[in-house]
Ligand binder design. Structure first.
Ligand code: C5P
Length: 236
């Protein structure tokens, strides 16, 4: 990670392509990265990803692959062919699934970043236990993050509330990508356990995934600039 690179990843969560372009047309690739998830990818396909990249943005393709090792590795290879900057897999797919994907991507001259999803933050402890993961969400996050690191992944997606302990456990080079970020003045929307951009960076977050505080703002560019300024104030 370089000092001056953008730390914000804007979540492009729109049901329609024209709404996404209304935002993209107002921002620039040196201010943020863009996250394309299951909704937009399923509606618009890989062509949309390629168009966004051609417009000068680095893209986090958030498709959270989880399948047998060969299938996940092939999907990661296909995502890398699109030219994405970052992609992710479920750490609960296991060490061999993650490691096979890492090895496949390592064959490329320019390897995208591969990030693990530990425990979905929507799962309660009871739901987690019901699907066969004993212990608290925090214990499972710590265990799966360690497994992801051991399997060679570049980092994990986590809540900013988990960033400080994961940073301590996993060292400086492991990437922590954190959604659940809200500027002090912004609406919480449906997020409950949030942190401000400055506090998330202080806690050890590498990249902040921010959606509605930017995408639903009257002036998305101003909202993005304000978040970047808050981050820079912590970093400098
Ligand atoms: O609009 P908002 O800032 O809440 O968007 C956050 C983005 O991060 C959304 O794309 C959401 O799906 C994603 N995300 C999240 N919490 C997680 C994992 C992903 O909010 N635990």
């Amino acid at each position: 990670m370089s000092e001056n690179e953008p730390r914000v990843i804007v979540a492009l969560d729109y049901p329609r392509e024209d709404a996404a372009w209304r935002l993209i047309d107002r921002i620039q690739g040196d201010l943020c990265r863009l996250k394309i998830g299951k909704e937009m990818f399923t509606r618009l396909g890989p062509g949309f990803v390629e168009k966004v990249i051609a417009r000068g943005f680095e893209v986090f393709l958030d498709l959270k692959y989880h399948d047998i090792p060969n299938t996940v590795a092939a999907a990661c290879d296909a995502a890398a062919d699109l030219g994405v900057w970052m992609m992710n897999v479920h750490a609960s797919g296991g060490r061999r699934m993650m490691h096979t994907a890492v090895e496949r991507l390592a064959q490329r001259a320019h390897r995208p970043l591969l990030i693990g999803v530990t425990v979905l933050t929507s799962l309660s402890e009871a739901e987690l236990n019901e699907i066969g993961f004993p212990g608290s969400p925090e214990q499972n996050v710590a265990r799966l993050a360690a497994l992801a690191k051991d399997a060679g992944l570049d980092g994990v997606v986590c809540s900013p509330r988990e960033a400080a302990s994961l940073r301590e456990a996993s060292g400086d080079d492991f990437l922590l990508v954190t959604p659940g970020v809200r500027p002090a003045s912004a609406s919480l929307d449906d997020q409950t356990r949030v942190m401000t951009p400055g506090d998330a960076i202080r806690a050890g977050s590498s990249y902040l995934v921010v959606g509605r505080p930017i995408t639903a703002a009257d002036d998305p560019l101003a909202a993005l600039h304000a978040i970047n300024a808050e981050i820079q104030a912590v970093l400098s």
